[in-house]
Design a protein around this ligand. Structure first.
Ligand SMILES: *[C@@H]1O[C@H](CO)[C@@H](O)[C@H](O)[C@H]1NC(C)=O
Ligand SMILES: *[C@@H]1O[C@H](CO)[C@@H](O)[C@H](O)[C@H]1NC(C)=O
Ligand SMILES: *[C@@H]1O[C@H](CO)[C@@H](O)[C@H](O)[C@H]1NC(C)=O
Ligand SMILES: *[C@@H]1O[C@H](CO)[C@@H](O)[C@H](O)[C@H]1NC(C)=O
Ligand SMILES: *[C@@H]1O[C@H](CO)[C@@H](O)[C@H](O)[C@H]1NC(C)=O
Ligand SMILES: *[C@@H]1O[C@H](CO)[C@@H](O)[C@H](O)[C@H]1NC(C)=O
Ligand SMILES: *[C@@H]1O[C@H](CO)[C@@H](O)[C@H](O)[C@H]1NC(C)=O
Ligand SMILES: *[C@@H]1O[C@H](CO)[C@@H](O)[C@H](O)[C@H]1NC(C)=O
Length: 689
């Protein structure tokens, strides 16, 4: 037998000198991988860095990276002339690697040295599969894959892997390792004492893997790159790889990351099928990557420039920080020192309101009113919903009066008022915090209802009574007279029980604190401004009554106070009244389902309240008595014609072109204007009389 082997070997040597030996045995050394792009088949995240480092994965999550020696390696020669040659196969490899974990916390997952039938591993998964296998092929003998893993994350079901930091031999799958050991090495002369190596320490680590087909033994050894090769391998596995390996295999590396991620680097690599892999000369390897990985590596000059720039930036940022801190301190002190503010129980912290409204995000705006935008917010401390009105003021003058006013308004409590929870000032902004009222405003319920919803007469009537009650509280029942100044349908919010709540009360007065002169500005909303107001600028409870009258007509007719320059709601209802057809203007959407006496009452009271002469208007107390039926409504004094030139129409028409109005409204409503009960102009009323 031995003789025939010798003879065969001799024959080969004679027939194919050199050639055979060369084609059978492969040996290579890479001291770094600079310029070796053609010798490596790479896939996924793996790249060769300009410094010559092979990086299998970057620190992105859930990536894989492969790098295989481009040419296949004949590992087993099955040409069947000699059975013993089958077992003569042998390979040996050594390489230096570095695993750089993230700046904080643990990294993952790991990498493996791989013998594979193909340099491509399509469909291979990341995490525990290390980019070699996937759920469906893991453990299958058809894989023909031999791998040695250097893993930093716990295995799935091996308790010995629970340390995470381990080395293992995996055949045809990752989930069942053939042998596994926590990463460690021994020193010469002290073989019994194993010392741990942290694979993801970022330090270069040397690894050796040898297989002897005759002895059927795989040895895996690791040590810090600075130490000599330990004489005792970390893992010695008795295993015949003949049935696992194919005749020719691709050799290389595969790595993956998962939820945890590290960068996996190979610094140098040698491989041989004919003897011990050539030793790596450490001084010829590229510099190991920095432990705190920078996005890219630069030439020293560039690094110097960057360093200088960084220092400058830090100095700049530092001074900026100090400046900001100083300003903040000054500001904070300023805030703290204003002792009057200390006595404000309704004061909110800007920080809280900022958080509540997600930084006053556009998407949180629930309305834009006369003085600014309203944001929905959720207070971080209590989780309660609030509405935050942001009033942008031109100055912070009169802040003390402002706060005093709001503090007093904060004490107002009535079931038909929107509860004012508090306030906050921040730079030029004033923030007012209200209860959040879920059902939106009355005007949107009347004019823009969802799903063809029609507000029933019963609801409308009770809403009107509620508003009257709220206004009465402001005018007469609280410790001081509060004039609302901006009564209108969009300032009436409807709560979950369909109760009306008046919002924005008293704000107009606050607004005035900001102004140099009271006469230059009329605060209010077109269509609701009492005639005397625009002439004298003098507000009174009766100007609120006027606006309430317009609101009564609005709710009963479903039409806006002014829809175009020749449709004025008050005049239109007045005309019907004078023609003895008071029910004509009633909202057609009610479909004649209403109590006639109530509708008549509301329309006539609306006319009475919006009488051009303030003296002719009832007080809110009278209004509530009329509405409750405690007192009969007086007949409307028909002296409107005498007020022609200064009447409502003229005033409010003029306001249409006016400048000094804090809120505007959509005066053209094509939908309503085109309805069958078209408007009759003021002119026609006046001419008719
Ligand atoms: C395998 O070995 C036989 C004889 O031992 C030789 O003729 C043949 O070329 C070898 N094949 C390879 C791929 O090296
Ligand atoms: C790498 O490839 C080049 C040709 O592209 C070749 O000359 C060189 O020998 C190869 N090196 C190794 C180690 O295989
Ligand atoms: C990491 O590699 C993946 C795959 O090549 C790539 O999509 C990703 O952008 C890289 N991430 C970084 C931070 O470079
Ligand atoms: C050896 O070769 C013979 C024919 O030459 C073939 O029948 C047999 O299957 C081969 N054995 C192996 C193990 O390849
Ligand atoms: C699993 O891997 C194999 C081999 O790489 C591939 O053919 C197969 O498509 C993969 N399966 C899935 C589900 O990705
Ligand atoms: C792993 O080994 C266990 C028993 O040791 C076996 O039950 C299980 O099927 C194996 N899993 C795989 C994927 O090979
Ligand atoms: C594996 O290690 C054992 C024990 O150190 C040694 O006797 C054997 O020669 C080694 N085998 C290889 C292929 O290196
Ligand atoms: C390693 O390389 C350096 C220079 O590249 C050389 O001076 C030294 O002799 C080499 N060492 C070995 C052991 O080959």
């Amino acid at each position: 037998m031995a003789l025939s082997l010798c003879f065969f070997g001799f024959l080969c040597l004679i027939l194919f000198p050199d050639h055979v030996a060369q084609s059978q045995n492969v040996e290579f050394v890479f001291h770094g991988f600079k310029g070796q792009e053609a010798n490596l088949t790479r896939e996924g995240a793996s790249i060769i860095k300009p410094t010559g480092l092979l990086r299998l994965t970057n620190r992105s999550n859930f990536v894989t990276g492969h790098a295989f020696y481009t040419k296949p390696i004949p590992i087993i020669n099955r040409s069947n002339s000699s059975s013993s040659s089958l077992n003569a196969h042998f390979f040996s490899t050594s390489f230096v690697f570095c695993i750089i974990p993230p700046g904080s916390g643990r990294g993952g997952h790991g990498f493996a040295f791989v013998l594979s039938p193909s340099p491509q591993l399509p469909g291979a998964q990341d995490e525990h599969y290390l980019g070699i296998f996937n759920e469906s092929n893991d453990g299958k003998s058809s894989n023909h894959i031999f791998a040695v893993e250097f893993d930093t994350v716990k295995g799935y079901n091996e308790p010995s892997d629970s340390e995470g930091n381990h080395v293992a031999i995996n055949i045809n799958g990752m989930l069942n390792s053939s042998a596994t050991k926590p990463a460690a090495y021994t020193e010469k002369g002290n073989e019994q004492n194993e010392r741990d190596i942290k694979l993801e320490s970022g330090d270069p680590i040397l690894a050796w893997i040898e297989y002897d087909g005759q002895q059927k033994v795989v040895n895996v050894t690791i040590s810090p790159a600075t130490k000599p090769k330990p004489s005792k391998p970390l893992i010695t596995l008795q295993k015949d790889l003949t049935s696992i390996l194919l005749d020719s295999m691709y050799v290389g590396f595969s790595a993956s990351t998962g939820e945890k991620s590290s960068s996996h680097y190979i610094l140098g690599w040698s491989f041989s099928t004919k003897g011990v892999a050539p030793p790596l000369n450490l001084s010829q390897l590229p510099k190991p990557p920095p432990k705190e990985e920078s996005p890219s590596s630069f030439k020293p000059q560039v690094t110097a420039v960057i360093a200088t720039l960084s220092v400058l930036t830090i100095i700049l940022l530092g001074s900026l920080f100090v400046l900001t801190l100083y300003k903040w301190l000054v500001h904070a002190r300023h805030e703290i020192l204003e002792d009057w503010e200390l006595d404000c129980p309704h004061r909110f912290k800007y920080r809280d309101l900022y958080a509540a409204t997600k930084g006053f995000k556009e998407s949180e705006v629930i309305g834009v009113g006369g003085f600014g935008a309203v944001y929905k917010g959720i207070l971080p401390a209590t989780g309660s919903e609030v509405a935050v009105k942001k009033i942008v003021r031109s100055s912070t003058r009169g802040m003390r009066e402002f706060a005093a006013e709001i503090e007093s308004l904060g004490r107002l409590r009535h079931k038909n008022l929107v509860n004012l929870q508090g306030w906050c000032k921040h730079k030029n902004d004033l923030l007012i915090v209200y209860d959040y009222i879920p059902n939106g405003s009355l005007d949107s319920l009347i004019y823009k209802p969802k799903n063809n919803f029609v507000l029933s007469w019963e609801k409308r009537f009770s809403i009107l009574k509620g508003i009257a009650s709220g206004l009465l509280y402001l005018h007469e029942e609280w410790e001081q007279v509060v004039i609302h100044r901006d009564v209108k349908s969009s300032n009436v919010l409807i709560d979950a029980e369909m109760n009306p709540r008046l919002g924005d009360f008293g704000l107009a007065r606050l607004y005035d604190h900001d102004k140099l002169s009271h006469t230059t500005n009329v605060v209010g909303t077109i269509g609701y401004i009492a005639p005397e107001l625009s002439r004298t600028g003098k507000v009174s409870t009766s100007s609120d009554v006027f606006a309430y009258g317009v609101l009564l007509l609005e709710v009963a007719t479903g039409r806006r106070p002014i829809e175009s320059s020749n449709f004025i709601l008050v005049d239109w209802v007045m005309e019907s009244y004078q023609m003895g057809q008071i029910l004509d203007p009633v909202d057609p959407r009610l479909n004649t389902i209403f109590v006639v006496e109530e509708v008549e009452l509301v329309l006539e009271l609306g006319l009475l309240c919006s009488h051009p002469r303030p003296g002719a208007r009832p007080t809110m107390r009278q209004v509530t008595r009329y509405l409750s039926g405690d007192e009969p409504l007086p007949t409307i004094n028909d002296d409107w014609s005498s007020l022609d030139s200064h009447g409502f129409s003229e005033v409010n028409s003029r306001m249409l072109e006016g400048i000094s109005i804090t809120d505007t409204m959509n005066i053209t409503n094509p939908h309503l204007s085109s309805s069958s009960n078209g408007g009759i102009s003021t002119g026609s009323i006046n001419r008719g009389r």
